[in-house]
Design a protein around this ligand. Structure first.
Ligand SMILES: Cc1cc2nc3c(=O)[nH]c(=O)nc-3n(C[C@H](O)[C@H](O)[C@H](O)COP(=O)(O)OP(=O)(O)OC[C@H]3O[C@@H](n4cnc5c(N)ncnc54)[C@H](O)[C@@H]3O)c2cc1C
Length: 509
């Protein structure tokens, strides 16, 4: 049984034990389905009977109400059943958070109990032939016709295509440039299997998706009632974003259990494989690889559940959910590669699941937003955090005769604000950070003056060739540094010199 964390509720711990037991009992059956390349309908039905599809759904709509933590617990275990895990994830992602946040009470009552019971599988349909990472670029259209919408277009890479009954799609409802600019051109809908004009176009043969159907969908004048619209017209992007943190978290968590399985396999295998009259677990290199996999498993797992707790506490962990999804996918791919190395040729055969783990990890690095896109999110949102944007000014410390990070005022603070002194501030900064420009705010802070006055003086210094500026597209000054002429004018050359004590005077010139 996997370790439970101290912050889990008794109910979450109980479900973890039960779903763990369920997976142990069905592990062999899942492997059989994998080998037969057959969709595991029977296992999916068993998961549905247990109510696990309703892990994150409130009780009033027929779910287990175990929150993001409970959903992760179920995903972690079901991921060990391979196709079942993938189907569980997409079915959860096919509108759970979106319906909870955007649907009307009537729609919630209609869709959520079906989702919770799992007697209908769901698929999420964002990607199109011409819209991948650029998810807002969907070309599928939805046109209003009385109380109905007519959908035309194509979706691709849809996990659960064909076997799902419920398809959560995003379609374009406005061609206005201004709507596109404000991400107000999309609307989300639920389309049911069997609706005339809605068909399965193709099944993708993908690495790592042996018995998981993933395919293309075609919509030709598909008429759906307005009741199937989730959220307001033009708010599709917001609906998509509503479930993002939960989706990324679950997309990562589904792989966590497989990391533990590979650790078990490696201990088992290396204790039974003998080379050079020693079992291969005695080789330090193999131990190192296994130790690294264990570290990845434990780090990835604890971080997932930390992130789940944040969601359960009502936070929107945009950065952390991207990190969770990104690092776990990477861990799984790396763990697969390491496991293959530890097992040698056996690792490369399909009889052990080391090579499958590597392929699964690679899928994780593409699906639900590629690793590059996660990095983009992590960087962009972090760059807005005041925590990471606090001042790190360096000041010249006369006692130790070196530049050090300091909160002290600049030695120019309180000087008269004129061209001569502002040039000194900028030139002095060359001594402190020779390779860096200063912002207008840095200069203001150092001497103590207003923004427009500083700008004017800097512009005048620029005209005289004493400073150079770096400007934005609107031609506003962003950064300033002194030219060599400016440096000479501000201070004598000795001002900028610095030598360590051990450096011989005789070698100076
Ligand atoms: C196994 C599998 C299952 C999937 N299941 C579903 C599903 O159920 N529903 C669904 O809607 N979609 C699904 N997808 C689609 C998946 O979400 C997309 O494949 C993914 O978002 C990447 O889009 P793309 O494949 O078109 O690659 P592209 O967007 O064409 O990207 C190609 C490369 O360019 C990089 N790139 C693109 N834009 C940027 C940028 N701005 N900055 C830096 N790098 C960039 C990408 O990181 C990538 O490396 C699935 C995909 C796979 C492989």
């Amino acid at each position: 049984m996997s370790e439970s964390y101290f912050w889990w509720t008794e109910e979450q711990k109980k479900v973890a034990r039960e779903v763990g037991q369920f997976v142990e009992e069905n592990f062999t059956a899942a492997e059989e389905y994998y080998w037969k390349k057959e969709f595991p309908w029977h296992l999916v039905k068993r998961v549905a009977e247990k109510g696990y599809f309703g892990a994150g759904i409130p009780r009033e709509y027929g779910g287990m109400e175990l929150g993001a933590t409970g959903s992760c617990i179920v995903a972690e275990e079901l991921g060990r059943l391979y196709a079942v895990g993938h189907v569980f994830v997409v079915s959860m992602l096919a509108g759970l958070e979106q319906i909870l946040k955007y649907a009307t009470e009537e729609q919630k009552k209609k869709w959520l109990p079906k989702l919770a019971k799992g007697d209908e599988l769901g698929a999420v349909c964002i990607t199109e032939p011409f819209a991948g990472s650029d998810a807002a670029n969907v070309m599928t259209t939805a046109e209003k016709d009385g109380d109905e919408w007519i959908i035309n277009g194509k979706k691709r890479y849809i996990t659960g295509a064909g076997v799902s009954d419920r398809y959560f799609i995003y379609a374009k409802t406005s061609e206005e440039k201004s709507d596109r600019k404000q991400y107000a051109h999309l609307t989300s809908f639920l389309v049911e299997k069997g609706t005339p004009g809605f068909s399965l176009e193709r099944i993708n043969p993908l690495i790592g998706f042996e018995n998981v159907p993933n395919g293309y969908l075609s919509f030709e004048d598909v008429r759906i009632p307005d009741e199937n619209r989730i959220g307001p017209v033009g708010k599709g992007w917001n609906v998509m974003m509503a479930g993002l943190n939960f989706e990324r978290l679950i997309a990562g968590a589904v792989f966590v259990g497989t990391l533990k399985d590979i650790i078990k396999l490696l201990f088992h295998y290396t204790q039974r494989r003998v080379q050079f009259r020693r079992t291969t677990d005695r080789y330090q290199g193999n131990q190192n690889e296994i130790a690294e996999i264990i570290s990845m498993y434990r780090m990835g797992r604890v971080f997932s559940y930390y992130c789940a707790k944040e969601i359960d506490d009502g936070k929107e962990p945009m950065i952390n959910s991207s990190i969770a999804k990104m690092v776990i996918s990477e861990y799984v791919r790396k763990a697969g590669q390491k496991a293959i190395q530890v097992m040698g040729g056996d690792g490369l055969t399909k009889f052990y699941f080391a090579e499958r783990l590597m392929r699964e990890g690679k899928i994780g690095e593409i699906v639900a937003g590629t690793t590059d896109i996660q990095k983009m999110i992590i960087y962009r949102f972090s760059s807005m955090l005041p925590d990471y944007n606090a001042s790190m000014r360096m000041r010249w410390n006369e006692d130790i005769n070196a530049p050090i990070i300091s909160n002290a005022d600049s030695k120019f603070k309180g000087f008269e604000v004129n061209e001569e002194n502002i040039l000194k501030v900028i030139a002095h900064d060359y001594k402190v950070n020779p390779g860096l420009y200063m912002t207008i705010d840095d200069i203001r802070e150092d001497i103590g003056t207003g923004r427009s006055k500083t700008r004017k003086i800097v512009e005048s210094l620029e005209e005289q060739g004493l400073v150079v500026t770096y400007r934005d597209r609107a031609s506003n000054i962003k950064l300033v540094k002194a030219t060599y002429v400016g440096l000479q004018k501000a201070f004598p050359k000795e001002y900028y010199e610095w030598y360590p004590e051990w450096y011989a005077d005789a070698d100076k010139f």
